[in-house]
Design a protein around this ligand. Structure first.
Ligand code: NAP
Length: 304
């Protein structure tokens, strides 16, 4: 089957380049004619920079309103763009199309799934790292793993061998929601504080009490949300991640530093909304959200 890649940003380009390089048929699905024209003007190719080596990879592209039917769709937009972008191609999806959702956090996946009930939505959680050096040029910055799963149907997706042949490190898991909740909790305990304290992950070791208090509330919240496995030893894991990534700036820190919109509504915002729904008291998480939105607003950034 042809892979349609919706969103040729960092992760979308990283996936597209590796699939195309392995001989898999790939189409980039761009937002409009202007973006398509810009891509053609670039020679109709992406550049993948890996271990300092830049490799051009030629990939066909089209806009969302192309007529080509879609059997396999990788949604590589930001969480706040995913639903609208998928709606633009929903009519092109074949019955039983497989749709892979790469978005960080929670909330966007359910919104997307609700607007394409005829497709199989596969949720992903990735620890790979990539960034755009410029348009159509992506740097593979951190090797990692992508976990894939379908909360409604444990049978593995049909394309795992293709991922393997393309060198995309992955694992199928029936517990993808556990992974997404766990990652969301880690994000809530670390990323907002790095923004507010203007620091690298490692400096949160100087804010031990604040981190510990958030972990108590997050653990309680995960349990109340029916995610006891994601709650296990959360504080220990948060401390481990802070040490292991001490020199890094978190993704939210980088978004704010570069004046980009954050995915707050799908991370800390989602956690606070879930707490309200479950009548779970999380005063420090709520205060953290207030501090963060105030901070974003003061920088002229969106708070949703
Ligand atoms: P990104 O570089 O900003 O790429 C998003 C792409 O989506 C952009 O190229 C954008 O197009 C495109 N897009 C938005 N709306 C569209 C539409 N309606 N039609 C077509 N294309 C559309 O974002 P990213 O860093 O790859 O992140 C994607 C998701 O993966 C996020 O949820 C992020 O948290 C998650 N993630 C990223 C990484 C990473 O290392 N980058 C790692 C793990 C998880 P334009 O270029 O035209 O603006």
């Amino acid at each position: 089957a042809i892979w349609h890649i919706l969103g040729a940003g960092s992760l979308g380009s990283l996936w597209a380049a590796r699939l195309a390089r392995a001989g898999v048929p790939v189409r980039l699905v761009l937002r409009n004619a202007a973006r398509l024209q810009a891509y053609q003007a670039n020679g109709g190719c992406l550049t993948l920079v890996e271990n300092g080596v830049a490799q051009p990879i030629f990939i066909s592209a089209q806009t969302t309103d192309s007529a080509e039917p879609i059997e396999r769709l990788l949604v590589a937009c930001k969480a706040y763009d995913a639903e609208q972008a998928v709606a633009q191609v929903a009519a092109r999806l074949r019955a039983n199309a497989e749709v892979i959702l790469l978005q960080n956090g929670l909330g966007s996946q359910d919104a997307v799934a609700a607007c394409i009930p005829h497709a199989r939505c596969i949720f992903a959680s990735s620890t790979e790292g990539a960034f755009r050096e410029s348009d159509w040029r992506v740097v593979f910055a951190g090797h990692g793993y992508t976990w894939l799963g379908d909360a409604r149907e444990p049978a593995p997706a049909t394309f795992l061998q293709t991922l393997h042949d393309s060198g995309i490190a992955h694992e199928w898991t029936p517990d993808i929601l556990t992974r997404l909740w766990r990652k969301l909790a880690l994000n809530c305990a670390i990323n907002p504080l790095t923004v507010l304290h203007d620091c690298r992950n490692g400096s949160l070791q100087d804010h031990h009490c604040e981190v510990a208090t958030l972990c108590v509330e997050l653990t309680d919240l995960l349990e109340r949300c029916g995610q006891p496995v994601a709650a296990q030893d959360l504080h220990t894991e948060v401390q481990r991640v802070i040490k292991a990534t001490a020199a890094n700036y978190s993704s939210m820190y980088q978004d704010v530093a570069n004046g980009r919109r954050t995915e707050i509504s799908y991370l800390l915002g989602y956690a606070c909304a879930a707490a309200l729904r479950h009548r779970c008291a999380v005063p420090h998480l709520q205060q953290l959200q207030t501090r963060l939105t105030t901070h974003l607003a003061s920088k002229g950034l969106r708070t949703d």
